[in-house]
Design a binder for this molecule. Structure first.
Ligand SMILES: CC(C)(COP(=O)(O)OP(=O)(O)OC[C@H]1O[C@@H](n2cnc3c(N)ncnc32)[C@H](O)[C@@H]1OP(=O)(O)O)[C@@H](O)C(=O)NCCC(=O)NCCS
Length: 319
C-alpha cells in the first residue's frame, strides 16, 4: 500500500472533517470543530497539519499544534499531537503510524524539543511517548461559609474577553502559571482565550473598570474550571465569591500547581491538593540533546520531581 504524507491544503478541509467524524463517531464530533479552531490559532503551522494519501485519496490526518511551553523556567518549543484520525476502512494498516513518524521528522527539522498528547496508552508508546508525564493538578476547598470569601467585595463585574484585554491578561497569566513546568503560554489572539463550545464560558473580571482576573469555566459545573487567574489574593477571593454566588456549589476545584507562587493566595483556605499523573498524559522527547526535557521526564518517572501542569487551551475544549 502506497502511503504519501504531505501538508494539508484548503481543498482537503472537507475530507479532513469527514475523516474525523467517521473515526471519532458520535452524535457530536468535537474533533471536527477542534481542528477548525486550532487552524485559527496564532501559532498554527500548516506544515504540521498532515494528511495521508492512499492511492491518491486522503485517508488520514494528524495535527501537531505548536506552543511555547515553560520548562525549568525557560520557554521550550513544543507541540501537542492531536487530533489524529484515520478513515475506519483504512485503520490498522499503518496510516496512523506513518502520519506520526513523518510528523516527528518534520518537528525535529523545525527544532521542536518535545511533543505531548493525551491518548491511548497501548498505541503511542510504540512511537517513543512516555506515559505518566502529566495529569491533573487541582486544589480543592469549601467555598460555602468561608469567612475569607464572604468578606470579599461584591463590586466586581464579569464580561466577555476583548482583544484589548489580552496584553494585561498575559501579565496576570505569567504570575499565575509562568513558574510551573509544562505551562503552555496562551497565544496573543482572542481565539487563544475563548472557547468554541457553548458550555465553556471565558470571562474577564473587572473592579472599578480595572481587570482583576480571568476564568474559563463550565457554566454548569464549578468543579470544571479550565483556567483561573487573578491579579492578587484580594482579587482571587472576589472572583471566588462571585462564582459562588452565581451557582449553588459548596466546594470548588481550581487548576493550580502546589509549586506555583499563586498557591500563596489560598494560604488562609483549607485546601487539598489533587496532583496526579495519568497513563494517557504522555511526552515524547524530540531533541535528545535537550537536557531540560530529558531531566524532566527522568525525574518525574523516578518520582523525585512533581509533574507539571498542562492547562489545555480552549481550542481543545469539548462540550
Ligand atoms: C488511533 C488511530 C489514529 C491509529 O491509526 P491506524 O492507522 O489505525 O494505526 P496503525 O495502522 O499505524 O497502527 C495500528 C495499531 O494501532 C492500534 N490501535 C488503533 N487504534 C487504537 C486505539 N484506539 N487504542 C489502542 N490501540 C489502537 C491497533 O490495534 C494496531 O495495533 P497492532 O499493530 O499492535 O495490531 C486510528 O485507529 C483512529 O483513527 N482511531 C479513531 C480515532 C482515535 O481514537 N484517535 C486517537 C485519539 S487519542
Amino acid at each position: 500500500m502506497n502511503i504519501k504524507i504531505r501538508s494539508e491544503q484548503i481543498k482537503d478541509y472537507r475530507r479532513i472533517a469527514e475523516i474525523n467524524a467517521l473515526a471519532f463517531e458520535g452524535e457530536y464530533v468535537g474533533e471536527v470543530t477542534m481542528v477548525d479552531s486550532l487552524r485559527h490559532g496564532t501559532m498554527f503551522d500548516q506544515e504540521l497539519s498532515l494528511v495521508a494519501e492512499v492511492e491518491g485519496k486522503v485517508m488520514g490526518h494528524v495535527l501537531f499544534y505548536p506552543f511555547d511551553m515553560y520548562l525549568n523556567g525557560k520557554i521550550t518549543k513544543t507541540v501537542c499531537l492531536g487530533p489524529i484520525a484515520v478513515d475506519p476502512e483504512f485503520q490498522k494498516s499503518g496510516v496512523g503510524g506513518n502520519l506520526i513518524e513523518e510528523g516527528h521528522k518534520i518537528l525535529k527539522e523545525k527544532g521542536y524539543k518535545l511533543s505531548f498528547l493525551f491518548g491511548h496508552p497501548s498505541y503511542y508508546p510504540r512511537f517513543g511517548y512516555i506515559m505518566n508525564m502529566f495529569g491533573k493538578s487541582n486544589i480543592k476547598f469549601e467555598i460555602d461559609n468561608m469567612k475569607q470569601i464572604e468578606m470579599a467585595s461584591d463590586e466586581i463585574k464579569e464580561r466577555t474577553v476583548k482583544p484589548s484585554d489580552l496584553k494585561e491578561l498575559m501579565g496576570i497569566w505569567e504570575n499565575w502559571y509562568g513558574d510551573i513546568d509544562l505551562a503552555i503560554r496562551p497565544g496573543e489572539g482572542l481565539m487563544d482565550w475563548i472557547s468554541h463550545t457553548s458550555d465553556i464560558k471565558a470571562s474577564v473580571f473587572l473592579k472599578s473598570q480595572e481587570i482583576i482576573g480571568f476564568v474559563r469555566y463550565n457554566k454548569n459545573n464549578l468543579n470544571d474550571i479550565r483556567m483561573f487567574i487573578a491579579k492578587n489574593k484580594e482579587a482571587t477571593m472576589e472572583i471566588l465569591k462571585y462564582l459562588k454566588n452565581s451557582t449553588s456549589m459548596k466546594s470548588i476545584e481550581l487548576p493550580v500547581h502546589p509549586d506555583s507562587t499563586a498557591i500563596n493566595f489560598f494560604e488562609d483556605l483549607e485546601y487539598m491538593v489533587d496532583l496526579q499523573t495519568w497513563d494517557a498524559g504522555m511526552i515524547k522527547i524530540l531533541d535528545e540533546n535537550d537536557k531540560d526535557v530529558e531531566i524532566y521526564c527522568r525525574e518525574v518517572q523516578e518520582g523525585i520531581r512533581k509533574a507539571g501542569l498542562i492547562v489545555y487551551p480552549p481550542s481543545y475544549d469539548m462540550a
